[in-house]
Design a protein around this ligand. Structure first.
Ligand SMILES: *[C@@H]1O[C@H](CO)[C@@H](O)[C@H](O)[C@H]1NC(C)=O
Ligand SMILES: *[C@@H]1O[C@H](CO)[C@@H](O)[C@H](O)[C@H]1NC(C)=O
Ligand SMILES: *[C@@H]1O[C@H](CO)[C@@H](O)[C@H](O)[C@H]1NC(C)=O
Ligand SMILES: *[C@@H]1O[C@H](CO)[C@@H](O)[C@H](O)[C@H]1NC(C)=O
Ligand SMILES: *[C@@H]1O[C@H](CO)[C@@H](O)[C@H](O)[C@H]1NC(C)=O
Ligand SMILES: *[C@@H]1O[C@H](CO)[C@@H](O)[C@H](O)[C@H]1NC(C)=O
Ligand SMILES: *[C@@H]1O[C@H](CO)[C@@H](O)[C@H](O)[C@H]1NC(C)=O
Ligand SMILES: *[C@@H]1O[C@H](CO)[C@@H](O)[C@H](O)[C@H]1NC(C)=O
Length: 565
């Protein structure tokens, strides 16, 4: 019975999505701007399903030729959409490098000079010329972690010789929510969502960016924030709930809609759900904001994700993994024997708690946010090295656990969006490999916690003994990464996602020699000519510079998505 329910559920998602009319286009569907409807995205009356990539650092490259060639190479891969940071906030004007906005002591100043918004102009203009679309993210949940009480541990002379990578190297070093909070004299991360002065300042920035590109067909959407949640780098207050975050998205989406009717507004959350939270935008059959289905087509009947379903799916996949392990003679019992039968203890554990990705503890209810009338599509992310999408199954290896839980997470996110009746995009996915572990910096950190140089790790983290224990078998090898990425793309395609975006692009073709961002110095064993100095775009552990196998997988994924649109 459970088995039946599970397959019914999975197949019903697919059949509903497959039954969606491929060209059920809303009124604006014939526009040359990207529009969204329950059937997906369209431009000039043609539907658009895509594979995309992320390169938050693109506007900070010094050389416009590098930007052009980078976009050309991306476009040649069949990638249609890129996602970048359309913000670059500082609290002091830097000597060198790109910055867009000074946020200082409660005031803001925009830089529209050659090292300011003109860099963003270049990216948008080149994207237009190359037929690429750009998701413009307007702020970030993450900001560099600074432990202000850690100056004497370890000894200051170690600290003096060690510096964090330059500004703009890591994705979390572009300003964002916590920089506003600091500079407006507040303490808690969630003040960003509720303080009126910050809201005014952020709307002021948003208005200038949106107005600047109001008529550009290259703007895919205005993404309100990367990975908004209650917790950031600063502490959060006890009053922050999913409704705080939903309310902020509703307010900002209405604000942008009031100044720009050409482009879609999107959320940018990492997809966390709250199955049991009270909704500000409940799904009701009559209040559906999506256009009516084409004549003869049934309205989407997918139901929202429930706690019971999450528990049932986990139990079922555990059962299947046990059965497979038993057949292979590798069974690891993970339960207790009751009256001669093994009963999984893990099943009981997950019954009481379904974990932060679906229980609302991050302060994010992506279903409620997606149902805000001015939000055109939803997003989620797949970073299983940084989030746990399901409890580990002892009958799978650590890497198999990461991949299998990610695939289920893709299905769950597709189902949640289908229940709302709007498109959803996987706006970033990545697996950290053993060969990238030295470079891997989690989004909430400023140093590579698994780097081999323990002294550096200790100094940057601010307290001794912080080097993370890791066994390299916990991480994908190159072939796991290839099969993982292929399966993410295939699952995204078959689950009906409107777009799937890899994180992050990389290139060894960067020509600038002195840079304000830290270019990745590649291992000389990878260099085409020995002795050649090869620099690449920044690597936070996810770069695919010098990785033709992954680029080819993206190319195949892009063809499959386009064919299936
Ligand atoms: C959409 O149509 C406009 C006007 O005909 C044209 O300029 C534009 O290139 C088209 N866009 C795409 C993506 O085909
Ligand atoms: C700024 O760039 C100049 C010229 O490349 C360099 O000499 C200087 O050290 C840089 N300043 C900083 C703070 O990086
Ligand atoms: C910050 O602004 C306040 C007024 O809003 C002013 O009194 C104070 O002197 C300023 N502080 C600095 C360091 O500029
Ligand atoms: C809005 O931005 C402009 C341009 O940087 C700045 O002059 C102005 O002070 C800002 N206004 C508010 C209310 O933040
Ligand atoms: C900050 O540094 C102090 C002193 O080394 C340490 O005790 C504390 O745990 C650190 N705080 C965080 C949040 O890492
Ligand atoms: C969020 O922050 C609060 C207080 O700053 C902390 O108690 C809680 O553990 C954090 N939750 C998560 C999921 O990090
Ligand atoms: C960053 O997030 C990871 C989970 O991805 C968590 O284990 C770690 O404690 C966090 N670090 C900081 C400094 O908040
Ligand atoms: C673009 O691709 C070509 C061919 O692979 C490569 O030589 C070049 O360095 C790349 N340029 C950039 C900026 O990525």
């Amino acid at each position: 019975m459970r088995l039946f329910l599970f397959f019914w559920l999975v197949t019903s998602i697919y059949s509903c999505l497959a039954a969606a009319p491929p060209r059920a286009i809303a009124k604006r569907g014939s526009s040359s701007f990207v529009s969204s409807s329950s059937a997906g995205f369209s431009v000039n009356g043609s539907s658009l399903r895509f594979v995309g990539t992320n390169l938050y650092w693109l506007p900070t490259l010094d050389s416009n030729d590098d930007i052009w060639n980078m976009l050309k190479n991306i476009s040649d891969t069949g990638i249609k959409v890129i996602r970048i940071w359309a913000f670059n906030d500082v609290d002091t004007i830097p000597e060198n490098g790109t910055w867009f906005q000074l946020v200082q002591n409660g005031t803001t100043t925009i830089n529209d000079g050659p090292n300011g918004l003109q860099k963003l102009d270049t990216v948008i203009q080149m994207a237009e010329q190359q037929g690429l679309y750009v998701i413009m993210s307007l702020t970030n949940n993450w900001y560099p972690f600074v432990n202000s009480t850690a100056t004497s541990t370890p000894s200051p002379d170690v600290l003096a010789t060690v510096t964090s990578p330059p500004r703009n190297t890591l994705s979390n070093d572009y300003g964002g929510m916590d920089l506003y909070v600091n500079q407006f004299g507040l303490q808690n991360h969630d003040a960003f969502y509720t303080n009126n002065e910050i809201l005014t300042a952020f709307q002021n920035y948003t208005k200038q960016i949106v107005s600047r590109y109001l008529n550009s067909p290259a703007v895919f959407s205005w993404e309100l924030a990367n990975d908004a949640r209650c917790n950031g780098t600063l502490p959060t207050s006890p009053t922050c709930t999913t409704q705080t975050i939903t309310q902020w998205h509703a307010q900002m989406a209405a604000f942008i809609a009031s100044i720009d009717s050409n482009h879609i507004v999107s959320a940018g959350t990492s997809g966390f759900q709250c199955t049991d939270c009270p909704k500000l935008y409940p799904i009701t059959p009559t209040a559906s904001p999506t256009p009516s289905p084409a004549p003869g087509k049934k309205r989407n009947k997918v139901t929202p994700l429930t706690k019971e379903q999450v528990i049932r799916q986990r139990a079922e996949s555990r059962r299947q993994n046990r059965a497979a392990a038993k057949r292979a003679g590798t069974l690891k019992e993970d339960g207790v024997r009751i009256r001669g039968r093994w009963v999984s203890t893990a099943t009981r554990e997950v019954s009481s708690s379904i974990g932060p990705t679906t229980d609302g503890s991050t302060g994010v209810d992506s279903q409620d946010i997606l149902n805000i009338p001015n939000i055109g599509f939803g997003s989620f992310q797949v970073f299983p090295d940084q989030n746990s999408y399901a409890p580990d199954d002892p009958n799978l290896s650590p890497v198999q656990n990461k991949i299998q839980s990610s695939l289920t997470w893709i299905q769950q996110s597709a189902q949640s969006a289908a229940a709302v009746g709007k498109p959803v995009v996987l706006n970033g996915f990545g697996l950290v490999t053993q060969s990238n572990l030295n470079d891997f910096v989690p989004f909430n950190m400023t140093y590579a916690p698994y780097a081999s140089d323990t002294a550096v790790v200790t100094a940057r983290s601010g307290f001794a003994g912080s080097k993370r224990q890791s066994s390299s078998s916990d991480y994908a090898d190159d072939s796991d990464q290839e099969s993982g990425y292929s399966s993410f793309l295939q699952m995204g395609n078959s689950a009906g996602l409107a777009g799937v975006m890899q994180y992050q692009w990389g290139s060894t073709g960067v020509t600038q020699t002195s840079s304000t961002i830290q270019l990745d110095e590649l291992d000389t064993t990878n260099s085409p000519a020995s002795g050649a100095t090869l620099v690449a775009s920044p690597n936070d552990g996810y770069s695919i510079a010098n990785n033709p196998a992954i680029q080819q997988i993206l190319q195949q994924g892009a063809q499959a998505m386009a064919q299936n649109s």
